[in-house]
Design a protein around this ligand. Structure first.
Ligand SMILES: [Zn+2]
Length: 288
């Protein structure tokens, strides 16, 4: 008699299982940013080309020393930031902002019954990287300044229940890390672009909405930055917010850099690409 209700309940349960894993991302390529003559303009500085959450660091692009965020902390002495996961070593350094985002992600995973996370590596300073490179050689390590671990925004995530790519933790991250601003930096099918073998444990923080766009478009960071440069400006609806993402080329004379107009009162973030441009991300949710 009440069979229909059972079917409705089953549908809700089944669709609920997937909720939160896939986020809708809508990209509009020709939308203009809502500015007028009274909008403030933001003066960009050359240093910003080399800093921020989107800087590209790989075999070709070396990080500038300004790229290392000034909130690097030792998780080994910050118990309040390591709830719900383990550290492989007694001292693991990381950007505090990234550590907090990782904590949020671990908390969300625990609600899905996935809780055996471990951080096995975080920030390494240049001398640590130099030592690692000398010990492991170029097949297994990158020279100082070319590893994302020198940036403070990347971490290697393990599972205490087995190899990460065969664990519930690895599986959960593959589906959900994007929702928290993290990207799987070296996927299996992009080794020709990243120049790095598949590393199911290495995650990089790039922030929202960038991680969601990269997931939607199946881009690695190299491809995403090239896409932004090509598009110039895109409007994005993702994670319940609307953003305008603007690529601004840096000027050749180092002393003189461009200005960009943004809507009055809007929240924004500027990151360089560590090549020759700026990515200005403006939150439009309360502006439009
Ligand atoms: Zn790594």
């Amino acid at each position: 008699m009440k069979k229909w209700w059972i079917w409705v309940s089953m549908f809700l349960v089944l669709s609920g299982c997937g909720f939160g894993e896939e986020q809708d991302v809508k990209i509009t390529v020709d939308a203009k940013i809502p500015i007028d003559g009274t909008s403030p303009s933001l003066q960009l500085t050359r240093k910003q080309v080399y800093t921020g959450s989107l800087v590209l660091v790989n075999k070709e692009r070396k990080l500038h020393k300004e790229a290392v965020p000034n909130d690097i902390i030792d998780l080994g002495v910050r118990d309040e930031l390591t709830k719900g996961f383990e550290l492989l070593e007694s001292s693991i350094l990381l950007s505090e902002k990234v550590a907090r985002k990782f904590g949020e992600m671990v908390e969300a995973a625990a609600k899905d019954g996935v809780h055996d996370f471990r951080i096995s590596s975080g920030y390494r300073d240049m001398s640590d990287q130099e030592q690692l490179f000398e010990e492991k050689g170029e097949d297994y390590a990158l020279p100082a300044g070319h590893s994302e671990h020198n940036l403070g925004l990347s971490l290697d995530i393990g599972s205490t229940s087995g190899p990460i790519d065969q664990s519930a933790e690895g599986n959960w991250l593959k589906k959900n890390a994007w929702n928290y601003g993290f990207i799987l930096r070296y996927p299996k099918d992009k080794t020709n672009i990243t120049g790095i073998q598949y590393e199911p444990w290495h995650f990089r923080y790039v922030g929202l909405p960038h991680s969601l766009i990269m997931k939607e478009k199946d881009f690695v960071l190299e491809e995403y930055l090239a896409y932004l440069k090509e598009q110039g400006s895109i409007q994005v609806e993702a994670g319940g917010e609307t953003y305008q993402i603007i690529y601004v080329p840096a000027y050749v004379p180092v002393s003189k850099q461009p200005k960009v107009s943004i809507p009055s009162g809007s929240k924004y973030d500027v990151s360089g690409d560590n090549i020759d441009g700026y990515i200005v991300t403006v939150l439009l949710t309360n502006i439009l």
